[in-house]
Design a protein around this ligand. Structure first.
Ligand code: FE
Ligand code: FE
Ligand code: ZN
Length: 274
């Protein structure tokens, strides 16, 4: 059976997200660890996170996915910006231990003209500072669209980051369907060869999650504009092939499409019908 959820708001608390997911017939969800524009996160209410853990257990949830603020840039040319990314990730990962054995996804960063190599070096340095041996969270690098100077739109770049991380047994990859399509990987017409390439370069054992989004733009456009499933350039047939693929169908899926809760509920039902 397909394990699927969507992006939810953490503002009502953790247990509340679990309840919302149930109403959508989801068995997982994604949330921002704090306001995506940065700033301080609310103190963790252990009573609330414990209630979510019980709800997840009772309803056979699969791993939930925390998403770092997308404004973080661990490979900025500005030292204070890099420090802020490090401090935020450090704090987020400590807080994730209140919800043990789940996943944390982040956008690798933008090298802002310093070059991809330098970017890769800085991102892996940050990871080497924030990961620790006993942590229970799996940290995911998201495949990026390649907008501006984004690092991580090529599988080789993600692999190069992982290779430089000492505790890389903590690391995985989240494949965003809109982003890889924007990055030029043709999951619409050549899904199998894209997956072969992923396996050859990174290894499919590193693939831990899918962000399901259609794209408002054609293949290779590097724009990162999400569309509702079936209403963009990727199209419904491609999502059918993705969700019935022997490797991919076992992965937890998170929708980040432009939808309200009712729209998400319909998309979840549609995708489950495959
Ligand atoms: Fe993302
Ligand atoms: Fe995404
Ligand atoms: Zn995106």
């Amino acid at each position: 059976m397909l394990n699927i959820g969507c992006h939810l708001s953490v503002s009502g608390g953790f247990e509340n997200m679990g309840k919302e997911a149930l109403k959508l017939d989801a068995d997982t969800f994604q949330f921002f660890t704090r306001n995506p524009r940065g700033g301080k996160a609310k103190d963790i209410d252990k009573n609330d996170t414990d209630k979510l853990l019980v709800l997840m257990e009772n309803n056979n949830f699969v791993k939930i996915l925390a998403h770092a603020p997308y404004t973080l840039n661990p490979c900025s040319s500005n030292e204070r910006t890099r420090e802020f990314a490090l401090e935020t990730m450090e704090d987020d990962l400590k807080r994730m231990e209140y919800l043990p054995n789940n996943m944390y996804n982040f956008h690798p960063g933008s090298h802002v003209g310093q070059g991809v190599e330098k970017g890769i070096e800085m991102i892996s340095q940050t990871l080497n500072k924030v990961l620790w041996e006993e942590m229970s969270t799996t940290v995911l690098l998201e495949t990026m669209a390649g907008k501006g100077s984004e690092v991580g739109s090529k599988f080789q770049e993600l692999k190069a980051i992982i290779d430089r991380v000492e505790l890389n047994n903590k690391m995985g990859v989240c494949l965003d369907t809109c982003h890889v399509f924007d990055g030029g990987y043709n999951i619409k017409d050549n899904l199998e060869s894209v997956l072969e390439e992923f396996d050859r370069v990174i290894g499919l054992n590193r693939l831990k999650a899918l962000h399901l989004n259609d794209s408002k733009n054609p293949l290779g456009s590097r724009k990162d504009r999400h569309e509702k499933i079936g209403e963009g350039y990727i199209g419904l047939d491609a999502f059918k092939a993705i969700l019935t693929h022997p490797v991919l169908k076992k992965l937890p899926c998170y929708l980040e499409t432009p939808n309200d809760l009712d729209g998400y509920k319909k998309e979840i039902a549609l995708l489950k019908s495959f």
